[in-house]
Design a protein around this ligand. Structure first.
Ligand code: GDP
Ligand code: MN
Length: 366
């Protein structure tokens, strides 16, 4: 789950990371502006859009009139298709330098990694492509503490002026603490600003937390909580046009492999799990077919606690609604005979060999 910039900054504040003075408003709270003294401010749309600034989501104002204009402008437009529900208004910092600071999970190393670059403000992926040597990456042993001297060491290697090291190291140390305490999967400060008078600020904030850690936290206070669709199966969307449904992660992965083997490209990985009812099979098929790219669906069921007749009942109902999509069903195991009968009565071919099923599906689509 993603936290909005203002939510992330509230947490940064709690941990003592300096953030610009500011407040957040929604459309209903426009009158808040009337009571305040406005100097130079940054007006920031609270949307989850990469390159928000470039997409017109970051504006500036120097007085109250301008601020009202800019707020109206943001509320009345979409930023890359996303509506603006909230706006963060902050004092404009006199920026001297922009650094990048982030903590990510490095899945290859199975460790969190701190990333720092003196080339901040811009898209960090661009820096990684053009000047990878400008990014310092430091892996942390998850069971060990990350101590301030390591933060100073990283910054020394990144080549920032020595008088900045203590303040930036302090932010780095605290940001890793937030990452760990919050069960985050990603946190970023881009830009981490050094002002003309040598102070450090988190001018932007990204904090994405791990949904699977919800039971250890009170994530419900965040805006995005509960907004994500809750599915009763594991679904990962992919780029291709062949839906792949299996029971069990291993069988589903093998099904993707076999589709690839016969020249297809999976549109998803969908594992209905063990013991799925006809109801869940229907929901799973619906989910797969929501994607307009899907031309064919490969269903691969090895009945153990999953009953083939239940699966067949689910398949039959959905198939009727999609005459233009090609289906291949491979089914064997518990209640295979009953399942086979249901499919046959409805004119749906099935196979007991997954190679045969995949080959026939791909042939019918060629
Ligand atoms: P993003 O586009 O979503 O990453 O939005 P940011 O909050 O990072 O803002 C984008 C850019 O706007 C920054 O890299 C800065 O160059 C500029 N910016 C943001 N806040 C300030 C500020 O307080 N003062 C100044 N001078 N520029 C700012
Ligand atoms: Mn940014």
């Amino acid at each position: 789950m993603k936290l909005h910039e203002y939510e992330a900054k509230n947490i940064f504040k709690e941990y003592g990371i300096p953030t610009p003075e500011g407040f957040v408003i929604s459309k209903e709270e426009l009158s808040k502006i009337d009571d305040i003294d406005v100097k130079s401010v940054v007006v920031k749309a609270q949307v989850f859009v990469g390159g928000r600034g470039k997409a017109g989501g970051i504006l500036f104002a120097d007085n109250k009139e301008e601020l009202k204009e800019k707020i109206n402008e943001l509320f009345s437009k979409e930023i890359k298709g996303e509506k603006v529900e909230k706006i963060l208004i902050e004092e404009k910092l006199p920026i001297k330098k922009e650094y990048y600071l982030g903590v990510v999970i490095d899945r290859n190393e199975k460790k969190p990694a701190i990333m720092f670059s003196t080339e901040g403000g811009v898209d960090i992926e661009e820096v990684a492509k053009r000047n990878p040597e400008k990014i310092v990456k430091y892996h942390i042993e998850p069971r060990k503490e990350f101590l301030p001297y390591s933060a100073r060491w990283i910054l020394k290697h990144a080549g920032i002026p020595s008088k900045e090291i203590p303040v930036v190291a302090d932010v780095m140390y605290k940001l890793y603490k937030i990452f760990k305490d919050m069960d985050a999967v990603l946190t970023e400060i881009n830009p981490l600003v050094i002002t003309e008078d040598g102070k450090v600020y988190a001018a932007d904030a990204v904090l994405n937390v791990d949904d699977d850690a919800y039971y250890r936290h009170d994530y419900s206070k965040f805006e995005e909580f509960g907004k994500k669709e809750k599915l009763e199966f594991a679904y990962v969307e992919l780029d291709g046009d062949i839906g792949v449904i299996g029971n069990g992660a291993g069988l589903t992965l093998a099904s993707m492999d076999i589709i690839k083997e016969f020249g297809g490209n999976p549109s998803c990985f969908l594992d209905i799990g063990g013991g799925a009812s006809a109801e869940i099979v229907k929901k799973a098929l619906k989910k797969v077919l929501e994607n307009p790219k899907v031309r064919g669906v490969f269903i691969n069921i090895l009945g153990g606690i999953t009953r083939c007749d239940e699966v067949a009942r689910g398949i039959v109902e959905i198939l009727k609604e999609h005459p233009n999509v090609k289906f291949a069903v491979r089914m064997m195991g518990t209640n295979e005979e009953e399942g086979r009968k249901i499919l046959e009565e409805n004119g749906i071919p099935y196979e007991t060999s997954m190679e045969e099923a995949a080959r026939k599906l791909m042939e019918s689509l060629a």
